[in-house]
Ligand binder design. Sequence first.
Ligand code: FAD
Length: 302
Amino acid sequence: MGLTRDFFILLSQNKVLNSGAKRWGLKLGAQSVVAGTSVEQMVESVKQLNAKGIAATIDNLGEFVFEKQEAIEAKTQILAVIEAIHGHGLDAHISLKPTQLGLDIDYDFCLDNLKEIVAKANDYAIFINFDMEDYGHLQPSFDIIDELSNDYTNIGTVIQAYFYEADENLQKYKDYRMRIVKGAYKEPENLAYQDKKDIDQNYIRLIEYHLLNGKFSSIATHDHHVINHVKKFAKDNNISKDKFEFQMLYGFRNELQLELADEGYKFCTYVPFGVDWYGYFMRRLAERPQNLNLVAKQMFNK
Ligand code: FAD
């Protein structure tokens, strides 16, 4: 299992495959978990979710960008998504990754790109969620959030439960709308829990803390054990259903997504789209090799 995970994480970071895949269009079954390559295709997918009472957080795929031009293109695309959310009246907000907007190129360049995005979204009262990436980007991402918080309130971020310092960050950012996840990247033992049991335990502890003390919580998991625990915890502690939502990735556990929405829980699907689908797709395979079924089905259904 460990080896398979490492293998797909390595594949997700392969530069040649990442750039080649931009020309392939959605392949290998990725269309089951990626909502198209264009804004128009994404809008159609979000409309279908909204019709079922499900909100969306939209991710214009792309990360680990090292060229200014690429970061500027990403910014332009995200501004177009903001216009589309507003223009089509979608029940949706944005998720973005600081490295896509140039965090690895230059901090101030990235900050300026993000400022433009957050300001535009603020004009339309659209929320921007900063996805959290690997440990090396954690502190600069928080620094950017701190700077933007001087002028804007339409921002929030993610706490990754596998980090030992997750607790401290959750307390510091308890007044933000916060997504809480287990954590998707491969991190060393001196920074993060490695054992699934430890991660799960910390995850539950952090969720409970934010539900009791924090602003709005987005509980982003496909784990029904966690979801069932949260439902019971919220009921036992009189936490109303408008103080939190469940989030899952597009194409994952679709029946459970609908079931939760039908039960009256707020539900928000993370909707990735764009030509930069390859790294995202490989990380999903790393987390859950069973997702290889998607690839197999696709290959045999041609
Ligand atoms: P897992 O620990 O993978 O699974 C636990 C159990 O749940 C499994 O044993 C199985 O019983 C059940 N299960 C899980 N998946 C399925 C499935 N597809 N079908 C059936 N049963 C299943 N990570 C980051 O580091 N940064 C981010 O910004 C970030 N944002 C995210 C946003 C969203 C909306 C989501 C859903 C995840 C995000 N993640 C992010 C990824 C996250 O950190 C985890 O790596 C990922 O969600 C896998 O953990 P899990 O909690 O879903 O359950």
